[in-house]
Design a protein around this ligand. Structure first.
Ligand code: AMP
Length: 395
C-alpha cells in the first residue's frame, strides 16, 4: 500500500510518496512545486499543483495510484484542539481555521492543500498531522506565560511549541539507539535548521520546548531572534519610529544569524568566521551560548538525561556547533568524542559521545515526512505496529 504526504506552503507544494510493506516504509518519490500563484507562474493554485503531482505520479513507473490508501497533511498549528493526528472532516477543517490567528502564514496554505486533496481525491481518507501536537503534553507551568489569566482564557496566549513532528521522531529513534522503550528514557532534542527549537522529553512526553505561542521564541535561528526582552518592540516603536509590521519583519526575517552577520547560511558563516570576520565569530558565539543555556535548563528540568540529540540541517551537519554546544559539560555527564563527532556520515544516525559518557550524544537525521506517513497510517488503522519492530540500528 502507498501513502502520499503533502506539505503545503504559501507558494509551494512538497510531496513524498511512501510504500508500506511488512511494517517498513520505503520512499518512492518526492518533489516540490514552487512559485505557485506568483507572477507569470504556470501553476496558479494548490489545486493545479496537486493535479500536476498526481499526473507525474501516474507517469512514474514505481507509483501505482490504485495502491494509494490515503493522504497525510502537515499542519503547523493545531492550537489547543489537537494533541494527536486526526482524520480530516469538516470539524477538523474548522479547528485548523480557528488556529489561523496563531499561524497566519502557515495554516491557510495547509487548508488550501487539504481542500485541493479532498476535491481531487474524495475517495481517499485525509489525515492532518500537527507540528504542535507533540507539545500538547506541556504541563501548565511550562505552557503558561506570566500574564494575567484573561490573556490565556480569552486569546489563547500560551506556549504551543513547533517542530513537534521532528522532536517526536528523533526522540523515539534515540530510545531505539539506547535499546530501551521511549517511556524509559529522558532526552533533550535540538532541531537546528533554519528554524530551530529544543525540547525536553521525559518518558516519551514533551515537558518543555523552546518555541512559544509562535516560532519566534527560543533559540537563535536563521532569521528569527529567539528570546528577547519583551520591551524591545515597544522601544523600537517609540525610539526608532518603526511600525508594527516593520518590527514584526525585523524580528522574524532580519534578525537571528542574518541580523548578526548578514547571512543565515551556517556553512557560509563558519567559513567567514574561519577567515577571522568578527561579526561571524560573534554570531556563532551567541548561537552556541543560547544552545548551552537551553541544554543546562532542560537538564535541570529533567533531572536525569539519557541522551542529547542533534538533528536538522545544522544539527546533522555541523561538528563545530555540536562541539561548542557540548563544550565544558563534563560535570553534567556530557562528553563528546571529537573523532566520532567529525566522522558523522550524512543520513546516518551516529553516537558521537565518548566511551563511558553518562549522557549519550546522538546525531539523528530527522524524517518528518516518514513520521507523517507513519502517523497517518496509524490513524487510518492501517499500521498497527505503532513502533515497528526494527533491528537496533547500527551506529
Ligand atoms: P534546514 O532548515 O534543516 O534545511 O537547515 C538549514 C541550515 O542548515 C542552514 O543554515 C544551512 O547552512 C545549514 N547546513 C546545511 N548543511 C550544512 C553543513 N554541511 N554544515 C553546516 N551547516 C549546514
Amino acid at each position: 500500500m502507498q501513502i502520499l504526504v503533502l506539505n503545503s506552503g504559501s507558494s509551494s507544494l512538497k510531496h513524498q510518496l511512501f510504500a508500506l510493506s511488512d511494517g517498513e516504509l520505503t520512499k518512492l518519490d518526492r518533489g516540490s512545486i514552487e512559485c505557485i500563484g506568483e507572477g507569470n507562474a504556470q501553476v496558479h493554485c494548490h489545486a493545479d499543483a496537486l493535479a500536476l503531482v498526481f499526473e507525474q505520479l501516474e507517469r512514474a513507473s514505481e507509483c501505482d495510484p490504485r495502491e494509494l490508501v490515503g493522504i497525510g497533511h502537515r499542519v503547523v498549528h493545531g492550537g489547543d484542539l489537537f494533541d494527536h493526528p486526526v482524520l480530516i472532516d469538516d470539524r477538523v477543517i474548522r479547528g485548523i481555521r480557528e488556529a489561523i490567528p496563531l499561524a497566519p502564514l502557515h495554516n491557510p496554505p495547509a487548508l488550501a492543500g487539504i481542500d485541493a486533496a479532498r476535491t481531487l481525491r474524495p475517495d481517499l481518507p485525509q489525515v492532518a498531522v500537527f507540528d504542535t501536537a507533540f507539545h500538547q503534553t506541556l504541563p501548565s507551568h511550562a505552557l503558561r506565560y506570566a500574564l494575567p489569566a484573561w490573556c490565556y482564557e480569552k486569546y489563547g496566549i500560551r506556549r504551543y511549541g513547533m517542530h513537534g513532528i521532528s522532536h517526536a521522531f528523533v526522540s523515539r529513534r534515540a530510545a531505539e539507539l539506547l535499546d530501551r522503550q521511549p517511556a524509559d528514557v529522558n532526552v533533550i532534542t535540538f532541531h537546528l535548521g533554519n528554524g530551530a527549537s529544543a525540547a525536553a522529553i521525559a518518558g516519551g512526553r514533551c515537558v518543555e520546548t523552546s518555541m512559544g505561542m509562535t516560532p519566534l521564541e527560543g533559540l537563535v535561528m536563521g532569521t528569527r531572534c529567539g528570546d528577547l526582552d519583551p520591551s524591545v518592540p515597544m522601544f523600537l516603536y517609540r525610539e526608532a519610529g518603526m511600525t508594527v509590521a516593520e518590527v514584526d519583519r525585523l524580528l522574524s526575517h532580519d534578525s537571528g544569524l542574518k541580523g548578526l552577520c548578514g547571512s543565515n547560511d551556517l556553512r557560509a558563516i563558519l567559513q567567514r568566521a574561519k577567515r577571522g570576520h568578527s561579526d561571524a565569530e560573534l554570531a556563532l558565539q551567541i548561537y552556541c551560548h543560547r544552545l548551552k543555556k537551553y541544554l543546562g535548563a532542560y537538564f535541570a528540568i529533567l533531572g536525569r538525561v539519557d541522551a542529547v540529540v542533534f538533528t536538522a540541517g545544522v544539527g546533522e551537519n555541523s561538528p563545530e556547533i555540536r562541539r561548542s554546544a557540548c563544550d565544558g559539560l563534563d560535570l553534567i555527564g556530557i562528553r563528546l568524542d571529537e573523532e566520532r563527532n567529525l566522522a558523522v556520515r550524512r543520513g546516518q544516525a551516529s553516537d558521537v559521545s565518548a566511551n563511558g559518557s553518562p549522557v549519550r550524544v546522538f546525531v539523528i537525521p530527522t524524517d518528518e515526512e516518514a513520521e507523517i506517513a507513519r502517523r497517518s497510517l496509524e490513524v487510518m488503522g492501517l499500521d498497527s505496529t505503532e513502533h515497528p519492530p526494527r533491528k537496533k540500528p547500527s551506529l
